[in-house]
Design a protein around this ligand. Structure first.
Ligand code: DGY
Length: 328
């Protein structure tokens, strides 16, 4: 008996090789002009397709899930974070949700490290000086930044990405501190000589750079708020490559403006793609357009994972990257 090919709807453009493979394997509808889908198109797709391939730009909330058709059985997210999908509602409707863990760990950790190096050393300020024709030649006091070696890094969220950041930072001579819901096994701590802080507040006031590497959940929403920013030292920096909503952006802007902290490196924002207008005016903030995982290798690997999850599910098995509620 020839098995029916699952009807798959892909909400954004994916690398060509991934789309082509999907077209070979599934009865697939692609979004070739790559415009983020409006709610009604998404809602319609959810009543017609067996599988929805989402990205972080799709807000798959409880109401959309409640109105989905009985044929929708799998949401195969192209990406790691699933904070844009209501997992509880999906479970209630017996829709499996999968993601693409592991394959963007190194790229995200590399970019985190790039910001850890770039912000204290004022790289984007330097580039602007040069491009705007303001460089008068070398001077002993020009664009002085801060040394990374010997500084304390406080990692908030010591999962796969947090640990990969710790390994990189250790190689740059930083001391590793971390806050996590659960303490890591001693053997893992030892590999990077990490110091565990059960209380985030205690860690924030002692480290020189804070790196946010936890997932966005109801518990981590606005975790770095005004009160916690005020605990950080005036010479400290904040790096966020996780999710914008974990940091209260208005409070962060205020902290940067009053010199409460020295600078910030941000790859993610509360209202993407909108950026807090005052952030754009701050020379001590380095801002990137959510590109931490943007490598060709990473995107292809993400595509392979999505395809694998759909195939395993279509064969009647539990897909390898099924996300369980409370995944964080
Ligand atoms: C993810 O997959 O969640 C990342 O944020 C994409 O960069």
């Amino acid at each position: 008996m020839v098995k029916k090919r699952p009807k798959v709807f892909v909400t954004r453009r994916l690398p060509e090789a991934v789309e082509t493979r999907m077209a070979e394997l599934f009865d697939v509808t692609l979004n070739l002009d790559d415009t983020p889908l409006d709610r009604s198109t998404l809602a319609t797709a959810m009543t017609e397709y067996d599988v929805l391939v989402t990205t972080l730009t799709d807000d798959v909330d409880a109401s959309l899930i409640a109105h989905s058709g009985p044929q929708l059985k799998l949401i195969a997210n192209f990406g790691n974070g699933v904070d844009h999908i209501d997992l509880k509602a999906a479970r209630a409707h017996e829709i499996i949700v999968t993601n693409t863990p592991g394959v963007l760990t190194d790229d995200t950790a590399d970019m985190t490290m790039a910001l850890i190096l770039s912000v204290p050393r004022r790289l984007s300020e330097g580039e602007r000086v040069l491009r705007e024709g303001r460089w008068q030649g070398w001077s002993p006091t020009m664009l002085l930044g801060h040394r990374i070696h010997g500084k304390r890094l406080g990692i908030v969220g010591m999962g796969r990405i947090g640990q990969a950041v710790a390994q990189r930072a250790r190689a740059f001579g930083m001391a590793i501190h971390y806050h996590n819901r659960r303490r890591l096994p001693e053997a893992v701590e030892r590999t990077v000589e990490a110091t565990y802080w059960p209380r985030l507040e205690a860690m924030l006031s002692r480290v020189d750079i804070v790196s946010i590497n936890c997932p966005l959940t109801p518990e981590t929403n606005k975790l770095i708020n005004d009160e916690r920013l005020r605990l950080m030292q005036r010479h400290a920096y904040l790096i966020n490559t996780a999710r914008g909503e974990i940091v209260d952006e208005t409070a962060l802007v205020a902290a940067l403006e009053r010199g409460g902290i020295a600078g910030a490196g941000l790859d993610v924002f509360e209202q993407e793609p909108a950026i807090h207008p005052r952030l754009l005016d701050l020379p001590n903030a380095m801002l990137l357009p959510h590109m931490s995982s943007a490598t060709i290798e990473g995107r292809l690997a993400m595509g392979e994972k999505v395809i694998m999850n759909i195939r395993v599910w279509a064969d009647g098995h539990r897909p390898p990257d099924q996300v369980l509620e409370g995944w964080a």
